[in-house]
Design a protein around this ligand. Sequence first.
Ligand code: ADP
Length: 559
Amino acid sequence: MSQTTSQPNVLASGSAGAVPQILIVDDEQHMCDVCARTLRRSGYIVATTNDPHMALDILTTGPQFDLLLTDIKMPTMSGLDLARIARDRDPTIAIIIMTGFTSFENMQQSVQRGVADFLSKPFELEQLRMAVEQALQKRLLLQDNLRLRTLEHLLASSEALSTTLELTELANILLRETLRQSGCRAGFVLVGESYAPLHIIALSQPQGRLLDAGLALAQRAFELQDQLTGAGARFGEFDGRDLSSAFAVALRAQGVANGVLLLCDDRPTMLRPGVQEEIALIANHASAAFRNATLYGQIDEAYQRLKELDRLKSEFISIASHELRTPLSIVLGYTMMLREQSSGQQHDYAQRVMDGGQRIKEIVDDMVSLRHLETGQTRLSAARCLAQDLVTQTTERLRAAIEERQHRLTVQVPDEPLVIVCDHKKVLLVLGHLVSNAIKFTPSGGQLTIRVSGQTSIPLPSQSDKTITHLATTLWDDIALWVVFEVQDTGIGIAEREQARIFDRFYQVADSLTRDHGGTGLGLAIVRELVAALGGAVWMTSQSGVGSTFAFALPQHLE
Ligand code: ADP
């Protein structure tokens, strides 16, 4: 048997600018030679064979060609069979059939196999050149089309993969999408971590079974963090059939492998050109989704743990504060009695015990009132009072502390009485917390300013990024006048990064080891809840080392 196969240099088939490669198959050597010479002269890379079986080998496992020019009638095989095989591997390959006579049946089968043109023997060489040129043009169009379809598929797969953050669901979507693209019989998604062996979390069908060779290929792809193809071993089973071709691609996100996608099939050329890249792209996208799902799972777990801790903390506060209240009132009651009945040093000692007990009572009261506010058990009363009086009561109560730290106090209130209808005890609590903080967090000899004004709208500061507001959900349009209280200090201030959390329960800027000031970190949380319950808004501005202004606005509610 005479044959000439001039194996072309390996070229990226179909890539832009690459010289097209043509395979000519004809049992007549003369025909091969003439066609090859003509086409080479036109600048193509040409390989020829007069053995259809060799052509079959080349088309299934050899380098890829852009065009197949084949005789239809050969002794051992039909050119139409070669056309089918070539198309199976590359659906865009250009095919031209050469034939001595064209039957209707041949024509019909040729169309079904995507044959681009017929050349009736004998044909002019110019005819051959033109047919080849047109067929290659058509191939380029088909390739563009295929690329577009691939992009559409990728987009659809990508959308599908973004629909969930659940790991098994993601794995099933990945399998569904890649099996659809590849047409492979079975697929498996395995997950693992560097120190643990891979385990399957999704498989395509109950009939699919992963065998040892498949697992080994997957494990290897996982370790190498790469794509691997395998052939000639039993990688899996599907419906009792051996799957002897496999493609494993490691799922990698941020440089770390978190699983493997393994596709298995019984065809030796299981993935058409381009499909492998497409599968790898989908797998790549899935890896990121897998990582997000894992991170989301961890965050959710941590969040649930935090929620539980928070619940336990609230529970503890609730129990502790209630349990402390009764013995504390006994201690305070008897200490008061002792103080009344004693004199001199004994009297002073009793007074100090009373002061300490009183401080504990305040902390317990804070805990209880925050709990009541958060659980909606707080009852509000409403009565007319003067805003000026609320300020005076607060400054009177805290006068000793202000004097002890040698702060100067300025109070700026309107000349006219400013009436407000509210639960004045709650407002006193809010003011008390804010003024106490101003006293506490301002170094000795500072300036404290308390302002009260009536305003038609809430005067939120313009630099909203530096302002934290806690706004109640009341319909504010109906409010004719807001009574605004401001407490300004020249104290240590609050760094910008801390400001967002300042109203959280137990939050304190300095931690318990470095803190110079006493306190529980509950004051501002109570302020926020109280102001919200009163239908108002609270906000703050502060600059580290310069000072802070805490302010709140309450609706006047005169009617
Ligand atoms: P506490 O005063 O019991 O620590 P708060 O909830 O009242 O708790 O305040 C929380 C934190 O906010 C304080 O620990 C302090 O770090 C900061 N803070 C509150 N008011 C001021 C202020 N006027 N100046 C500076 N920092 C303040």
